[in-house]
Ligand binder design. Structure first.
Ligand code: DAH
Length: 347
């Protein structure tokens, strides 16, 4: 076998080896290394064989030269094809979802803690035969004050405390006008619970906000006595805070009730170590027997009908329940806070 034939055979086996390396290159870097190994100008293995041509007889050189060119072209074509393949593969991988990425959490809405407390309170009164009632947030002086036996020169009616809208309208400063609107439209017996927003000219601080929720309650019928009043509210407190809760009625004053009381509870709290202790007395609502003047203002006969009413602040009650010392947290809508009250929270 001539030297030329040997070189041609070597070129062909080199070609086979190079094609395999090119087709198997896993990434552009590996492909570039293969190009340098076989086609590199200085140390490439094909170039090395061409250099050996110098030892051949002149008539044998073209044979080897042609074969070398064919191999070079074949390898260049294979390099180009593999390069395109790798580029296409990279962009296809870019379109596919990366299953190793950490998942994105999905948000699930939750009922606001103050609304949860309202719902809990509502369920207790519903169980005692109350129905829901509501009234407008923009009220007249008549419903907000006068019909409730509160003269307009009363401090509560002062512009210092109440947000007036003009043209005889104001933002209701309590839910008590719902009592009047309900009695105007319905004959006794009346037994309602009316949660709603109220507005006052208050500073925004740890214990006050200019807009807040209240829950009004009203019971009017023949023969409603102070015993019904006390028993109903004490029963509510025990259902809400637990059987061993103590309830105290402290004399107070409201223009629309006579007598009036503030209702306090003393709860039994269980500490982390399991020991139980009584809390301090905490005021939870204003209440009283409906003043006969209010009954007269809505056209009820105060000789025949009597009743009791109460008003409480669910944000205060929620703050107590969850050990919150600054009620502004209820308004700031920080999902790290609100998320803790989600029921059946998802992942
Ligand atoms: N309206 C009162 C307030 O906003 C709360 C209140 C007290 C409501 C006594 C009543 C009641 O129905 O009988 O402070």
């Amino acid at each position: 076998m001539s030297d030329a034939r040997t070189l041609v055979d070597t070129l062909r086996s080199l070609e086979a080896e190079a094609l395999e390396a090119i087709a198997g290159a896993p990434d552009p870097d590996a492909l570039e290394r293969a190009r340098i190994t076989y086609l590199g100008r200085k140390d490439g293995r094909v170039s090395g064989i061409l250099r050996g041509m110098g030892a051949l007889a002149a008539e044998e050189r073209p044979l080897v030269g042609q074969e070398a060119n064919r191999v070079k072209q074949a390898l260049e074509a294979a390099l180009e094809a593999r390069e395109a393949e790798l580029a296409a593969g990279a962009s296809a991988a870019g379109d596919r979802p990366d299953l190793t990425l950490p998942g994105r959490g999905s948000w699930r809405g939750a009922v606001h803690p103050v609304n949860q407390v309202i719902e809990e309170i509502w369920q207790i009164f519903r169980g005692m035969g109350f129905t829901r009632a509501r009234g407008p947030e923009a009220e007249t002086e008549w419903y907000n004050f006068v019909a409730l036996n509160t003269p307009l020169d009363h401090p509560a009616a002062d512009e210092q405390d109440t947000l007036y809208l003009g043209e005889g309208l104001l933002l209701r400063s309590h839910t008590s006008p719902v009592q009047v609107r309900t009695m105007e439209r319905h004959e006794p017996p009346v037994r309602i619970l009316a949660p709603g927003m109220v507005y006052r000219r208050d500073t925004y601080d740890a214990t006050h906000t200019p807009a807040f929720l209240q829950i009004e309650g009203l019971v009017v019928d023949e023969g409603i006595t102070f015993v019904d009043f006390k028993a109903t509210l004490a029963e509510f407190a025990r259902r809400f805070w637990g059987e061993d809760t103590r309830v105290r009625f402290r004399p107070s004053f409201f223009p629309f009730t006579e007598p009036s009381a503030e209702v306090d509870v003393k709860r039994v709290v269980t500490h982390r170590d399991g020991t139980r202790a009584e809390s301090d007395w905490i005021e939870i609502m204003g209440a009283g027997m409906v003043d006969p003047n209010v009954l007269e203002n809505v056209g009820y006969d105060p000789e025949r009908f009597t009743g009791f009413a109460f008003g409480m602040g669910p944000a205060r009650i929620a703050a107590l329940k969850y050990g919150i010392s600054d009620i502004r947290i209820f308004f700031e809508n920080d999902v790290r806070f609100l998320g803790q009250f989600a029921v059946g929270r998802g992942a």
